[in-house]
Design a protein around this ligand. Structure first.
Ligand code: COA
Length: 146
């Protein structure tokens, strides 16, 4: 697997994954804004140059915020999410960040399990933070030192 910078040319592949794995996916505009804002936008590519995942991270002073991370459905549960997350942690360290934080839907068990297994712990809760079909859903704030 290769981690490389995301470009506008990747957006079709990225959006196909995003729409398949998220109930409330980011829009093309969200990704374009992230690229324009110089966030750390990375794609995870197989040897055959297929995009199998991606991550978007914002750097602020000494804190990195992981805004999005996803692995294509058919590639899930093979350790790729953990590897991609580890790459983002290493990148944040290289950029001299001291902490990584993120927000995750309270119902997103696989992501919460991934983050816990990578050393994140709960640091807060935002009640009714996310839209959910037919209502609202809490966000769990998680973080870890780098
Ligand atoms: C969250 C996500 C990136 C995990 O990717 P993945 O490649 O399947 O994860 P891995 O195979 O590396 O799993 C790493 C660990 O996470 C946990 N985990 C991952 N998927 C899980 C699931 N469905 N149920 C329970 N635990 C799970 C496990 O602890 C796992 O370790 P194990 O396989 O040794 O038990 C992937 O499920 C995904 O893309 N989900 C949709 C997008 C999303 O919700 N992103 C997070 C937004 S905050």
């Amino acid at each position: 697997m290769i981690l490389r910078d995301m470009t506008e040319a990747d957006l079709d592949a990225v959006l196909a994954i995003e729409r398949a794995v998220h109930e409330h996916p980011w829009t093309p505009g969200n990704f374009s804004d992230a690229l324009r804002s110089k966030y750390q936008c990375k794609v995870y590519e197989s040897e055959t140059q297929e995009v199998i995942g991606y991550a978007v991270m914002m750097l602020a002073v000494d804190e990195a915020e992981l805004l999005d991370i996803a692995i294509a459905s058919l590639q899930q549960r093979k350790g790729q999410g953990k590897r991609l997350l580890n790459e983002m942690l290493a990148l944040a360290r290289k950029k001299e960040m001291r902490r990584m934080v993120l927000e995750v839907r309270a119902s997103n068990r696989s992501a919460i399990a991934l983050y816990r297994s990578a050393g994140f712990s709960d640091i807060g809760l935002r009640r009714d933070y996310y839209q959910k079909n037919g209502g609202r859903e809490d966000a769990i704030l998680m973080g870890r030192g780098l």
